[in-house]
Design a protein around this ligand. Structure first.
Ligand code: UGA
Length: 471
């Protein structure tokens, strides 16, 4: 086992909390700081504020041993060698990331730096943030010999965050000095040397002692751009496949076959080619906009990113129009909506296409009965209360007497529905699937009219294929 490092993580959101607990799992001593007293109290008593697989067990394992929670930033900074900043960088009015939380934290760190610290940007930040962090520290009178600023972006996905952290495709360290790079290398040594994977109780994943995690050391600017460019490229893949899906539909081709055919080319790869209702979440929409803004600031017109966003926005309209053209009018219709979260395995509803669709359906006069295994409470906090919006925790009650059922989130349980039971519950056997969870032939065999993305719709035998109508 390599030597433990004392680590302070500032921010206990998705990235901060997962990083704190995983660093403890890797054998380090971690203090996680948040200025939200209630959240710190919850965490101290073992409560987990987010829905994330393995988080409760790792927190239980390390709380009070490898990881502690506090509101005392100065005290934590003093005790630690590495300070990870993992606070929010929300989207501002111009599309640029709002870095005010980062700046506030850096100013506070500055007051407590008395000996050498490595300050690490873990939040997603635009290029040159490392330089701004350095300047803020200088302005507050911190001796340049007392710190280095490193960019160490995170590539975890919500829902699989812990495994992504411990079994990363790569670890990126953007460091300007050898001293700082070495500390980060020491922190990640359990993963890069593979010793973690040999430990009893290590969480299994793609990495192993024989094939440990890879680390890439770059300049801070390159690391900052790697993060933005990775998210932008993944978003681009999704928008690309959605644009192809819309074309496929017009010529009766099947986007699932097309995606398989494209993805088998090893230069392209099969991942992130799932056509659907468009991407959401706290990262892709924000990061595509922020990266576009970064390019603009450098005098470049990175219009491709604007197109990625445009296709994604339009995809929500494509789906909404499918609902309208399946049901004709919406006022007075009862619609079952499966899913509120922006994707399966999370309770996060930020920028969720499901939430947007439900809002529009209610505004159009439909009654929506919404189901989600984890996100109902969060949805209630943002969707305006209405007698036209009912939440249900039972899948088949959700479908009861509905004029149609929509699949909006790719929860695993939605791909294993009891189709005969669903058919009996629905008023009309119409399914409009924004996630392509079923095969069209299977659905028509089960008596459904089934409309999905980028594939020919199939029809309930009695109803037959309708004429194309103009709405
Ligand atoms: C994303 C990235 O995948 C992570 O690498 C990154 O660290 C993270 O953002 C971040 O910057 O913090 P996340 O937003 O958790 O992770 O979720 P993804 O699994 O990437 O899905 C994003 C959206 O794309 C979801 O709405 C999902 O349904 C959609 N998606 C994904 C598709 O529509 N099609 C696909 O083929 C894949």
């Amino acid at each position: 086992m390599s030597t433990p490092v004392s680590i302070c993580v500032i921010g206990s959101g998705y990235v901060g909390l997962v990083a704190a607990v995983c660093f403890a799992e890797m054998g380090h001593q971690v203090i996680c700081v948040d200025n939200d007293k209630t959240k710190v109290e919850t965490l101290r008593s073992g409560g987990v504020p987010i829905y994330e697989e393995h988080l409760p067990e790792l927190l239980g394992k390390h709380l009070g041993r490898g990881v502690e929670f506090t509101t005392d930033l100065a005290g934590a900074v003093e005790k630690c060698a590495a300070i990870f900043i993992a606070v929010g960088t929300p989207q501002g009015d111009t599309g640029a990331a709002d870095l005010s939380y980062v700046e506030a934290v850096v100013s506070e760190i500055a007051r407590s730096v008395t000996d050498y610290k490595v300050i690490v940007e873990k939040s997603t930040v635009p290029v040159y943030t490392n330089e701004w962090v350095r300047r803020v520290l200088n302005r507050h009178g911190v001796d340049a010999a007392h710190f280095d600023v490193v960019s160490n972006p995170e590539f975890l996905r919500e829902g699989t965050a812990i495994i992504d952290f411990l079994h990363p495709d790569r670890i990126v360290v953007g460091a300007g000095t050898e001293r700082a790079a070495q500390l980060l290398q020491r922190i990640y040594a359990p993963l890069t040397s593979g010793t973690y994977y040999d430990q009893s109780g290590a969480l299994p994943g793609v990495c192993s002692a024989a094939q440990p995690a890879r680390i890439l050391v770059t300049s801070a600017q390159s690391a900052e751009i790697i993060k933005h460019a990775s998210n932008a490229f993944l978003a681009l893949k999704i928008s690309f496949i959605n644009a192809v899906a819309n074309l496929a539909e017009t010529v009766d081709a099947d986007i699932e076959d097309i995606a398989a055919g494209i993805g088998l080319d090893s230069r392209i790869g099969p991942k992130f080619l799932r056509a659907g209702i468009g991407y959401g979440g706290s990262c892709f929409p924000k990061d595509v906009a922020a990266f576009h803004y970064v390019a603009q600031q450098q005098g470049l017109n990175f219009q491709l990113l604007e197109e990625v966003r445009r296709i994604n926005d339009a995809q929500r309209d494509v789906f909404f129009n499918k609902v309208r053209s399946s049901l004709w009018t919406l006022r007075g219709k009862r619609i079952a909506a499966l899913g509120l979260a922006f994707k399966g395995d999370t309770d996060d509803i930020r920028e969720s296409p499901a939430i947007d669709t439900i809002k529009r359906l209610v505004e159009a006069g439909a009654t929506v009965v919404a189901h989600d295994p984890a996100a109902i409470d969060r949805a209630k906090a943002v969707l305006p209360p209405s007698d036209k919006l009912i939440y249900s925790s039972d899948l088949y009650e959700t479908a009861q007497n509905a004029d149609a059922l929509l699949i909006l989130t790719d929860w695993k349980e939605y791909s294993k529905l009891d189709l005969p039971r669903l058919n009996r519950a629905l008023r009309f056997p119409i399914i409009i699937d924004g996630r392509n969870l079923y095969k069209p032939e299977e659905m028509s065999d089960q008596g459904f009219t089934y409309v999905s993305i980028g594939r020919p719709a199939t029809y309930n035998a009695q109803q037959g294929k309708p004429k194309k109508l103009v709405l």
